[in-house]
Design a protein around this ligand. Structure first.
Ligand SMILES: [Zn+2]
Length: 141
């Protein structure tokens, strides 16, 4: 990951540790019988609440939804409109896909993101680094 900075998991503060644990737990609930690539995501809303998501695959591949979008749908459907942080856990330490990056921009263009793999490696990056010059949110709410 070229935009990411590797960090020692032990130095994460309590809020990041909590968000990472929530993402790891969500990953255990992934429905990924086709790819076998389980993903867990947890977003902290500006309110401080944590919302989780896991990838949900479908026999009709195009219907599959990423963990990050499930977490965002979860937060928004609970009334949240602004995000403060995202933690993402995969086997490989993957960053959010392009579609999820654009969805996340809607709720915080410079979202701090913690990415972790299942071997214990952890990286910090940000949505602004992952998606520069994003299509901006329209401010008519
Ligand atoms: Zn995605």
């Amino acid at each position: 990951m070229t935009t990411a900075r590797q960090v020692d998991r032990e130095i994460l503060d309590a809020q990041w540790q909590e968000l990472l644990a929530a993402a790891s737990a969500a990953r255990e609930r992934a429905y990924a019988p086709y790819s076998r690539f389980s993903v867990g995501a947890a977003v902290r809303a500006a309110s401080g609440e944590i919302y989780t998501g896991a990838n949900v695959e479908n026999a009709s591949s195009g219907m599959t939804v990423c963990a990050e979008r499930v977490a965002v749908w979860n937060a928004v459907s609970h009334g949240e409109r602004s995000l403060a942080a995202l933690a993402l856990v995969t086997e490989t330490g993957a960053t959010p896909c392009g579609a999820c990056r654009q969805v996340l921009v809607e709720f915080e263009a410079d979202l701090p993101i913690l990415v972790a793999d299942t071997a214990g490696h952890t990286w910090f990056t940000s949505l602004a680094a992952l998606l520069p010059d994003a299509f901006p949110r329209v401010n008519y709410r």
